[in-house]
Design a binder for this molecule. Structure first.
Ligand code: PLP
Length: 385
């Protein structure tokens, strides 16, 4: 089995504290990656059909943080147009055009950009490249699980640090957790709390983290919020990799497109820890068109915020408590096992999200369309009566 890893990767693994007996686990992760049961949101959303059977079309699906608006018209047009030329692996230079569009919008160079079919793939690669049996992962509790599951699988320790009272990451406690950490994971806004960690705290972590460690800044939901983006730290050459996805604000979860932004040497370190990575051209051109669509992100941020505020007003009127999210999902307090409420909501044809061990009586709810949220409200009153 170890001969499946080239010599350079084997040497890198041994130097980072892996022993040969870990190799088969690393190989499984590289080969199957997001297909292993580490549950990225996509796997969880697709596995919902395993729990509930085929999901009827009249069910309100507010479980997977998808976007009810779907891809923008420019993205749909670009994806449609390219289908005629899909006898080619890459009809012209679509990937280069994508990177140029990203570089222009983020103030980066194209060498700072690596494209993937979604952000789950790079999330797993980064975990393999920067954690090991001697270098841990430090993250928030509650936090998005994918990286922690991959780290545990390959024998790296995971430190889960409770969010602060204002639901931001406790960067000082994160730094204190392990002087030998390899990877600090900050999701901004955080999944599942939907809350922001201020720029100053992220800068503090970057300035004080142990040598050789990196910060993974997962910005899957940043377009919905007013949080500062991490791309300037990439431009400054800091030890940070920023992840973005087209699955959320851009409404392209099923098209699969995402990216990692980082220093070329950091991107090079993560690349060997994943399989292939060839991108569907429909996703590439739709993503480029989305980036170029003028005013798209502010308009979507505004639409999401309006629906979210209306749901929060309803919850306050009805005396429910919730975590004050700034993005397209929130945690709702149900004061009983969250799973029971999710199952009861499903009977009302409203599929809400999951719970976290840290908050067993809270459930995550995605902001759907205004109509979908009306149906959510009606179902919630019935289930909680
Ligand atoms: N990061 C976070 C915080 C997420 O919530 C998700 C999915 O919901 C992802 C990464 C991965 O999403 P995708 O692979 O669709 O880009």
């Amino acid at each position: 089995m170890p001969q499946l890893l080239n010599r350079e990767v084997q040497e890198n693994l041994l130097a980072r504290g892996f022993s040969r007996r870990h190799f088969s686990r690393v190989i499984s992760m590289i080969g199957a990656g997001a297909a292993l049961p580490f549950y990225n949101e996509a796997a969880l959303a697709q596995s919902a059909s395993g729990v509930y059977g085929a999901i009827p079309t009249d069910v309100v699906r507010i479980n997977g943080n998808e976007n009810p608006l779907g891809p923008c018209p420019e993205a749909v047009e670009a994806a449609n147009k390219i289908t005629k030329y899909l006898n080619r692996y890459q009809p012209t230079n679509e990937l280069e055009q994508f990177k140029t569009a990203v570089a222009e919008s983020e103030g980066l160079k194209t060498e700072n950009i690596a494209a993937f079919a979604g952000s789950s793939d790079p999330l797993h690669r980064i975990t393999l490249a920067f954690t090991s049996p001697t270098r841990s992962l430090v993250m928030a509790d509650p936090g998005y699980e994918a990286s922690s599951r991959a780290a545990s699988f390959i024998g790296a320790k995971v430190h889960r640090i409770p969010l602060k009272a204002d639901y931001s990451h406790d960067v000082k406690a994160m730094l204190a957790a392990d002087p030998n950490a390899g990877l600090f994971y900050i999701c901004n806004p955080n999944n599942p709390s939907g809350t922001i960690t201020p720029k100053e705290d992220i800068e503090y972590l970057l300035a004080n983290k142990p040598a050789g460690s990196i910060l993974l800044l997962d910005e899957a939901y940043i377009h919905f919020s007013t949080a500062e983006m991490g791309s300037p730290w990439v431009a400054q050459g800091k030890d940070v990799i920023v992840l973005r996805t087209f699955s959320k604000a851009y409404g392209m979860a099923g098209l699969r497109m995402g990216m990692a932004l980082g220093r070329p040497d950091l991107l090079a370190k993560m690349m060997p820890y994943g399989a292939g990575g060839f991108l569907p051209m429909t996703g590439v051109v739709a993503a480029t068109a989305s980036i170029k669509a003028a005013g798209l992100v502010p308009a979507r941020r505004k639409a999401n915020a309006a629906t979210r505020e209306s749901v929060f007003n309803f919850l306050e009127q009805k005396k429910f408590s919730y975590v004050p999210s700034t993005t397209n999902f929130f945690m709702l307090e149900v004061n009983r096992p969250g799973r029971e409420v999710a199952d009861a909501m499903m009977k009302e044809k409203v599929m809400i999200g999951r719970t976290w061990p840290f908050w067993p009586t809270k459930v995550r709810v995605t902001i759907g369309s205004a109509d979908e949220m009306k149906r959510f409200q009606t179902a919630l009153l019935k289930v909680m009566a």
